[in-house]
Design a protein around this ligand. Structure first.
Ligand code: ADP
Ligand code: ASP
Ligand code: MG
Length: 431
C-alpha cells in the first residue's frame, strides 16, 4: 500500500463552473504541499450529462448505446482537461487522462459497463514523474477499443477502482453535501449526518436511491476493503462519513436511514389465468431482455384468474411494456397497464437483523399520514414500500420522525444494555 497516495473524486457540482474548478485546483495544491501524491477523478460539469442525453433523444428516438457512450464520455473529458489546465497554471505538474489513457478496461455492455481491470502502467509512470493525474471518470474501453460508460454516477466507481489499482490508502468522494445522511438532506431538513456507515448498509442505501454514491462503487470498495470517505468540496476540514467494514465497536442503530427512489415504474397484468407456468411466461422474456424486476405481487385468485404487478426502473418501462403487450396476448390476460407515478420508500438498518416491529411502525406512521401502501418487500436489513409518488416527501419525513432519526440513534447495543439492566432490576425485585 502506498500511504502517501490519495484518490479524490469531485462530482458535477464541485466542478460545475470555472470558479469551482479553480477552487478544486487550490485544494489539490494544498494537499500536494503536504507531500501527498494525488490522483483526481472528475465528473462532467453539473448538468452536462443530462444535456447530452437530452440532445441524443431529440435527434433520435432510440439512440444506439454505443453512440451514447461516445457522446456521454465527452462531458468528463472537458472537466478533466480544464482542471489539468487550472493546476498547470498554478505551476503544478499535471496530466489529464481519458478512460483509455488510464487503462480502464470494461466489458461491452454499453451505458452500464462493468470494470474488468485497470492497466495502471501509464498512471504509475506519470506519478513517478511527480504529476497530478486528472482522470475523466465514468468511462473506459472494451476489448474492441470502443468507449464505454459505467452507468449514471459512474465516476464514483472509476475513483474506487483506481484507488484499488494504485494501492491508495483511501478513496475520498467530494460532493455537494458533507457526508452520508439519514435521508436525502434536500428532502428531509432534519436529516442527520452519519459519521460511519458499514459497506453493507451503504450498499442497501445506494441501491434504494441514496444517489450520493453509485452502488457499484460501494460493491467495489467492499470487495477490495478500500475505505471510502464522503466529504463536501465546499467545506474545509470536516470528517465527512467513513464507509468501512462493520466492526464490533460500531453502534448499530435499528434504523440508520430512510431512502426514496422516484425512478420506479409498475406494470400490472389484469386477469391473468391462474395456471402453473404463467409467471415463467411473463418473467422469462423480461430477464432475457436484461431488464431487472424488483418487486412482484400477485393477488389472490378469483374464478381462475389473478392480477399480477411488478416494478422495475423507469428507464426500462418502455422496453418492458413492448414485451408485456405481446405476452398479455399470448397468455390471454385481459389488459396490461403501466404506472410511473410511484415511489419506493425504504427503511434501512443493520440492527433490523436482531429487531422486530420495524414494519409495523412503518405501516402505522404511513397510515397516520393517510398514505396508501401499494406494494411491500423486505430483506434482512431493509423494508421497502411502493406508494404514490405525490406522497414521497410526506412519507420520508414522517418515517424519519417516527424512527427518531433526527435525534441520537437508538442503537441495538444500547437497547440490549437497557434490556439487561431491566432484567437485572426485575431479578433483584424478585429476590
Ligand atoms: P455528485 O455530482 O457530487 O456525484 P450527486 O448529486 O451524485 O453528487 O450526489 C449528491 C446528492 O445526493 C446530494 O446533493 C443529495 O441531495 C443526494 N442524496 C440522496 N440521499 C442522500 C443521503 N442519504 N445522504 C447524502 N446525500 C444524499
Ligand atoms: N457524469 C455522469 C453522470 O452524471 C457520471 C458521474 O457524474 O459520476 O451520471
Ligand atoms: Mg454522483
Amino acid at each position: 500500500m502506498n500511504k502517501s497516495l490519495v484518490v479524490q473524486k469531485y462530482g458535477g457540482t464541485s466542478v460545475g463552473t470555472l470558479d469551482r474548478i479553480r477552487h478544486v485546483a487550490q485544494r489539490i495544491a494544498r494537499i500536494r504541499e503536504t507531500g501527498t501524491q494525488v490522483v483526481v477523478v472528475v465528473s462532467a460539469m453539473a448538468g452536462e450529462t443530462d444535456k447530452l442525453v437530452k440532445m441524443a433523444r431529440e435527434i433520435c428516438d432510440n439512440p444506439e448505446r454505443r453512440e451514447m457512450d461516445l457522446l456521454l464520455s465527452s462531458g468528463e473529458r472537458i472537466s478533466s482537461a480544464l482542471l489539468t489546465m487550472a493546476l498547470q497554471s498554478r505551476g503544478i505538474p499535471a496530466i489529464s487522462m481519458t478512460g483509455r489513457q488510464i487503462g480502464l478496461q470494461t466489458d461491452s455492455v454499453h451505458t452500464r459497463a462493468r470494470i474488468k481491470q485497470i492497466d495502471a502502467k501509464r498512471a504509475r509512470q506519470a506519478l513517478k514523474n511527480n504529476n497530478v493525474i486528472v482522470v475523466a471518470g465514468f468511462q473506459g474501453i472494451n476489448e474492441q477499443g470502443d468507449v464505454t460508460t459505467l452507468g449514471r454516477g459512474g465516476s464514483d466507481t472509476s475513483a474506487v477502482a483506481l484507488a484499488v489499482a494504485l494501492g491508495a490508502s483511501q478513496c475520498e468522494i467530494y460532493t455537494d453535501v458533507d457526508g452520508v445522511y439519514t435521508a436525502d438532506p434536500r428532502m428531509v431538513p432534519k436529516a442527520r449526518k452519519l459519521d460511519v456507515v458499514s459497506y453493507d448498509e451503504m450498499l442497501e442505501m445506494a441501491s434504494l436511491g441514496a444517489k450520493v454514491l453509485q452502488i457499484r462503487c460501494v460493491e467495489f470498495a467492499h470487495k477490495f476493503q478500500m475505505p471510502l470517505v464522503v466529504k463536501s468540496s465546499y467545506i474545509e476540514g470536516g470528517k465527512g462519513t467513513l464507509i468501512c467494514e462493520e466492526n464490533a465497536n460500531m453502534e448499530q442503530p435499528v434504523v440508520s436511514g430512510i431512502m426514496y427512489d422516484k425512478n420506479q415504474a409498475k406494470i400490472t397484468l389484469k386477469e391473468v389465468p391462474d395456471q402453473p407456468g404463467i409467471a415463467a411466461n411473463i418473467f422469462e422474456p423480461i430477464a432475457a431482455a436484461g431488464l431487472s424486476v424488483d418487486m412482484i405481487i400477485q393477488n389472490i385468485s378469483a374464478e381462475g384468474h389473478t392480477d399480477l404487478s411488478f416494478t422495475l426502473g423507469r428507464e426500462e418501462l418502455n422496453e418492458a411494456m413492448v414485451i408485456m403487450e405481446k405476452i398479455a396476448k399470448k397468455i390471454h390476460a385481459v389488459n396490461v397497464s403501466a404506472d410511473s407515478k410511484i415511489s419506493k420508500i425504504s427503511i434501512v438498518g443493520a440492527g433490523m437483523r436482531s429487531h422486530s416491529g420495524v414494519a409495523a411502525r412503518i405501516f402505522k406512521s404511513l397510515s397516520k399520514e393517510k398514505i396508501n401502501i401499494l406494494m411491500i418487500s423486505t430483506s434482512e436489513i431493509k423494508v421497502s414500500c411502493i406508494i404514490e409518488q405525490k406522497h414521497t416527501k410526506a412519507a420520508v419525513n414522517a418515517l424519519h420522525k417516527a424512527f427518531g432519526l433526527d435525534k441520537k440513534p437508538t442503537a441495538v447495543k444500547s437497547i440490549e444494555k437497557q434490556k439487561t439492566a431491566t432484567r437485572k432490576k426485575s431479578k433483584a425485585k424478585k429476590k
